[in-house]
Design a protein around this ligand. Structure first.
Ligand code: ADP
Length: 225
């Protein structure tokens, strides 16, 4: 019932906004300017995307919990993938600067590139969302037969008692402020599920008020030692 309550709340918020703006546009007693109409339609479009995202997340979540997440592993070069995601994130913020630190010889990992992209995008999104400004860094380090990827920010940080809880589904450190920032508390639990399905681990380290680092490991592709 907890799950149902949260899910219906999450779905209702964008739904209410879509309904509200559609009703507003359909009013026959008011004439909206073209600019106003475009603003309302843009909100409807954004909220529809948000509904789609929540549904995708719920589907991923239920597949992970059933142990049925489909991953298609192949030897995957992280370099291009990291660069592409950082470049996309650069376009979305002016208050952050980015540091990418990859070793010159970065062996390929054995992973589903689409899923790894989803994980790194989620960590970069969070770094942006939970830090007002400052540096966002991403680095890769090779340790024997694993690559460790780290994403760090200089944001608000996470209280020590919540460092493991944030990976639980729907958990948000500050329900109110995080809700303003959007998100449904599913991103990290899905990300950890994806990494574990690859045989890797994911965890967080943080100093409150100074920033957070999220790390995960992925196995090297065969013959890449
Ligand atoms: P969402 O961002 O949708 O709330 P996530 O599962 O991605 O959900 O994150 C869960 C919670 O962990 C967030 O609500 C936030 O409280 C905390 N969190 C995640 N990333 C960071 C970060 N980089 N800095 C501080 N807190 C974070």
């Amino acid at each position: 019932s907890q799950l149902l309550a949260t899910v219906s709340h999450e779905l209702r918020t964008p739904l209410a906004s879509i309904k509200g703006f559609a009703t507003t546009l359909l009013r026959q007693d008011v004439t909206w300017s073209e600019a106003e109409q475009r603003d309302f339609l843009r909100i409807i479009e954004d909220e529809t995307d948000r509904l789609g995202e929540i549904i995708d997340n719920l589907l991923d979540m239920s597949q992970i919990e059933a142990g049925a997440l489909r991953i298609e592993r192949e030897p995957t070069q992280l370099r291009g993938l990291v660069r592409e995601l950082v470049d996309a994130m650069r376009m979305r913020t002016e208050s952050h600067f980015f540091d990418v630190d990859l070793p010159t010889e970065l062996p390929r990992v054995f992973a589903d590139p689409r899923r790894v992209r989803q994980v790194i995008r989620n960590l970069l999104d969070n770094a942006n969302k939970y830090s007002k400004a400052g540096q966002i860094s991403i680095s890769c380090q090779v340790d024997q037969d694993f690559v460790t990827v780290s994403v760090s920010d200089q944001g608000e940080g996470i209280p020590p008692q919540y460092l493991s809880k944030i990976f639980n589904r729907f958990f948000q450190v500050d329900g109110k402020s995080t809700r303003r920032k959007g998100g449904s508390g599913l991103g990290l639990s899905i990300s950890r599920g994806i990494i574990e399905a690859h045989g890797g681990k994911m965890w967080a380290e943080s100093v409150l008020g100074q920033g957070s680092v999220f790390k995960f490991t992925l196995p090297l592709a065969p013959n890449e030692a």
